[in-house]
Write a protein of this length. Sequence first.
Length: 321
Amino acid sequence: MPTRVTVPTFLLTSALAWSQPVPRSLDVHWNEGAPDCSATPQNPLQVHQYEPQTFILRQNPCASFEANFIYLLIGSDKALLIDTGAVADPKAMPLAKTILELLPDKDGKKLPLLVAHTHRHSDHRAGDPQFASLPSVQVVPFDLEGVRAFFGFTNWPNGIAHVDIGSRIVDVIPTPGHNETHVAFYDERTGILFSGDFLLPGRLLIEDSGAYRESALRVIDFLKTRPLTHILGGHIELDAAGRAYRFGSHYHPNEHRLELAKEDLTVLPAAFESFNGFYAHYPNYILTNPIRNLIVLAVIAVAVLIFVVWGVRRLLRRRRG
Ligand SMILES: [Zn+2]
Ligand SMILES: [Zn+2]
């Protein structure tokens, strides 16, 4: 009997291994920064090997409050770097140096590198100049026309582009809404969706709510026929209880987990349908429209000012009387 049980189990496991990407290690404590960064010097960049050909890098919250996550995917012909983070100065943030050290050799040279961005916001591309003069490095433009042309999108934001880095295909999915240039990357090898600022445990800052919802539907549709292990975004801005850190904080004690799951994505279209246009708190993210909130704040400030001036004038008139 034991043999008859063992054989089918083994067959089942190997069959699963063929069709499903195997989740690897996310058992890591990310740099949390410090309440007083000057008193406690921090390593600017944390490197975590998720699996032999996938690295997750985290910029220390002390180096930049944005504390970006950057991803390095190694193929057999080249490597793909997703985002270059929030810090330009190579002395403060040795990003290019670290990436070059992680790149394997091929034919006696470093593997060629393609540097792409989830979107054009400066905290995702400030490190670009560190790569500009390096040999065998190509940096994808960050403006919308450049992104469209490089990946060959002819019907933006529809269609999927494919980047072949050698025995590893990475799909590029347009995901405007947070920013018009936003794309997400789906890695077939690991089954990870690299979602940038489109979906992360933090504030989903909305520029165009209609486009954002359409993007969520597009990604859900894309993933219908593909296995998904994790959704990994560009930042962590919530603690484990789901509370947001103060904006600009260099200290992230007890952070929320980096990885989000399929359910976080599937409820997103409905979240946009019921969105009040200003602010909505979900367990793993916050929907917010910063421009609208700013306008409301400005209107309230002006109203308060008018009220104060009116009150003072009334008071002065009464005293004179
Ligand atoms: Zn952004
Ligand atoms: Zn960002």
